[in-house]
Design a protein around this ligand. Structure first.
Ligand code: ATP
Ligand code: MG
Length: 320
């Protein structure tokens, strides 16, 4: 097996205790094909920094929750931006994914509810940076997340993992645990740079750790349709990835950039903004691709779109 190791170094473990969890009963979303839900797990991955992984993780999670699905957002990035992006103050976190991956704590000890109904988060904290190296000598180090998530997957319709900007062991754990990955790509000149290393990693994971791993989608982010460059990059990405590219593109939007500083997804910060419309459309495309049917189980309202109908906005999305 290829070696994903990065050299061993130890960091201290902070004493922690379980946080309140918000787990409900088993997930009741039906797959579009009528099959029982299997709890799809999606890794949001791109080792390039600042391409929109976290913005996508937070807003697609919130949109799917608003559509009636039960969502767990797993923050696997030591920066903790998904955790704060859904309103959980990093200062209050006592236990995190670090305790799960390194301490062997069960996921339900760390899962917290968010202000968004049906959206829970498994938070990160800075100690996760140490996990990259602390995992190295562990047995089955690439399987830690897959094994940990198994106990809670049935409680959620979709588990979304926000990955750090690297192809280290945290990302390898996400890709080993996931059914599919979503690759956000910023619409700029170097968008495809580094993509071959990501594809090589995905191939290695498929060969050795998770043969069923799919590319669920490639998402163009921060699109500025006033520029020819955005158009050219979008065409180039489509040539490379074909039908894997989602039809919806996410426009560059000040509102999307502002929302995290308020600890809110775009749907509560600026529900009528183009960013909100775009991410709702992205969530719908993803729901269709992973075969999620409507969410109508007990205590589950019919889907209540949080923003104006997204289909009308399709043409607008690429325009600034
Ligand atoms: N569509 C958008 N329009 C404007 N700003 C955006 C958009 N999407 C993301 N941003 C901003 O760009 C920056 C990077 O986005 P984000 O944090 O989602 O990227 P990332 O890939 O998760 O970064 P990292 O690799 O550091 O984890 C953030 O400041 C975010 O608010
Ligand atoms: Mg991020």
């Amino acid at each position: 097996m290829e070696d994903f190791s990065m050299g061993a170094r130890k960091c201290s473990t902070i004493a922690t205790r379980p946080q309140s969890s918000h787990l409900g009963g088993p997930s009741s979303t039906r797959r579009a094909n009528g099959a029982d839900p299997t709890g799809s797990m999606l890794a949001i991955v791109n080792q390039k920094g600042g391409v929109g992984k976290t913005t996508t993780a937070v807003n697609v999670s919130s949109a799917l929750a608003s559509l009636g699905h039960r969502i767990l957002l797993v923050d696997l990035d030591p920066q903790g931006n998904s955790t704060s992006g859904v309103g959980i103050s990093r200062a209050t976190i006592r236990m995190s994914m670090y305790d799960v991956l390194i301490g062997g704590d069960p996921m339900f000890h760390i899962i917290q509810p968010t202000a968004v109904e049906r959206l829970d988060v498994a938070p990160s904290d800075v100690r996760l940076a140490g996990a990259e190296v602390e995992l190295v000598p562990k047995i089955a180090r690439e399987m830690k997340l897959r094994n940990a998530v198994r106990a809670v997957r049935g409680m959620y319709d979709v588990v979304i993992v926000d990955c750090p900007p690297s192809l280290g062991l945290l990302t390898v754990n996400a890709l080993t645990a996931a059914d599919g990955c979503l690759i956000p790509m910023q619409c700029e000149y170097y968008a495809l740079e580094g993509i071959s290393s990501l594809m090589t990693t995905i191939d290695l994971i498929r060969r050795h750790l998770n043969q069923d791993l799919k590319i669920t989608g490639v998402l163009l982010t921060m699109v500025d349709a006033r520029t020819r460059l955005s158009e050219q990059v979008a065409a180039e990405v489509k040539r490379h990835f074909g039908a894997q590219v989602l039809e919806t593109v996410v426009p560059r939007s000040v509102r999307l950039a502002e929302a995290p500083s308020h600890g809110r997804p775009i749907f509560t910060y600026a529900p009528e903004s183009r960013g909100a419309v775009a991410y709702l459309a992205v969530a719908r495309e993803i729901a269709a691709r992973v075969g999620l049917g409507s969410a109508t189980g007990p205590g589950r309202p019919e889907a209540e779109p949080i923003v104006a109908a997204s289909s009308e906005a399709g043409g607008d999305l690429v325009h600034g």
